[in-house]
Design a protein around this ligand. Structure first.
Ligand SMILES: Nc1ncnc2c1ncn2[C@@H]1O[C@H](COP(=O)(O)OP(=O)(O)OP(=O)(O)O)[C@@H](O)[C@H]1O
Ligand SMILES: [Mg+2]
Length: 277
């Protein structure tokens, strides 16, 4: 790895001035499958501060998605405590968790999860429908979110009429439309070619800088992790490494050095084939 990594202590700039957005204390998660129990998280403690951009890494099965599901209030820990913006959410009911999730957390997944026969605009509007926001405001806020991710003019396109990168942008716009304080992304570039992946990193870095949005990004790709500010590596359900990234990559600087999609049609086509394999 080119970049020099340093041991991370909670003495970052953010830690000095604010309380953590996410604090988990000795969190365990056991999946009970009747016959067998899978101990997916085995005592995870972490503090993540406002404006951090954390890459979550680790081998398949190490507990990354399990951790993200807990952080995103999609699930509850079997044991241990989770404080989200200071509030203990480890014991809340599913309904209470859903309300918190809708207000404070945006999700982006590898598979985009867009509704197929629905326009980009309507896909982005969906969380606002659940929040009971009136139609006109929904449209205004969704148009604004689509502009933020560089998709002005594509509002009426259906997912099948958009490239993979554009579909992921729609998913990011949908994640942003409720103005969350945390963005959770589980392998958002897993299906994308390398240039498109860097374009997605450019959006994340911009949101992180301009809005102080806290971002957790799961990735298997070490070069994608270099766009974050900190790397947390899981192994066997525990945090194995937690380091600040020195000399991280800046997507806006890297993009001009990469071949554009038009110049690089053939390479893109083979990348696409690999991603689908
Ligand atoms: N809903 C579930 N029911 C039972 N076991 C599960 C469930 N979800 C995950 N597991 C198990 O928990 C462990 C951790 O899984 P998890 O999905 O968190 O790994 P991961 O690090 O995200 O892996 P990958 O990189 O493949 O996505 C694995 O052994 C997995 O089989
Ligand atoms: Mg996973």
């Amino acid at each position: 790895m080119r970049e020099e990594l340093v041991e991370s202590k909670p003495d970052t700039e953010a830690a000095a001035t604010s309380a953590p957005v996410i604090r988990v204390e000795n969190v365990h998660k056991t999946y009970d499958l009747g016959e067998i129990q899978v101990h997916a998280l085995r005592g995870v403690s972490l503090a993540i501060f406002p404006g951090e951009f954390v890459a979550i890494m680790g081998a398949s099965g190490s507990g990354k998605s399990t951790f993200m599901n807990l952080a995103g209030c999609l699930d509850r820990p079997t044991r241990g405590r989770y404080l989200l913006e200071g509030q203990d959410v480890s014991q809340l009911t599913k309904k209470e968790l859903a309300a918190i999730r809708n207000r404070r957390i945006g999700f982006v997944f590898q598979g985009f999860n867009l509704l197929p026969r629905t326009s980009a605009l309507e896909n982005v509007e969906l969380p606002l429908v659940y929040s009971g926001i009136p139609h006109r405001q929904r449209v205004e806020r969704s148009m604004e979110a689509l502009r933020t991710v560089g998709l002005a003019g594509r509002e009426e396109h259906h997912p099948a009429q958009l490239s993979g990168g554009q579909q992921q942008r729609v998913a990011i716009a949908r994640a942003l439309v409720n103005n969350p304080s945390i963005l959770l992304a589980d392998e958002p570039t897993g299906n994308l070619d390398s240039r498109t992946s860097v374009e997605i990193m450019e959006i994340f870095q911009r949101l992180n800088e301009e809005r102080n949005l806290t971002i957790l990004l799961v990735t298997h790709e070490a070069d994608i992790a270099q766009y974050a500010k900190r790397t947390v590596t899981f192994r066997d359900g525990k945090v194995r490494h937690d380091v600040l990234i020195e000399g991280r990559l800046i997507a806006a600087q890297v993009l001009p050095t990469l071949a554009s999609v038009d110049e690089d049609d053939e390479a893109d086509a083979s990348d696409g084939a690999e991603a689908q394999a």
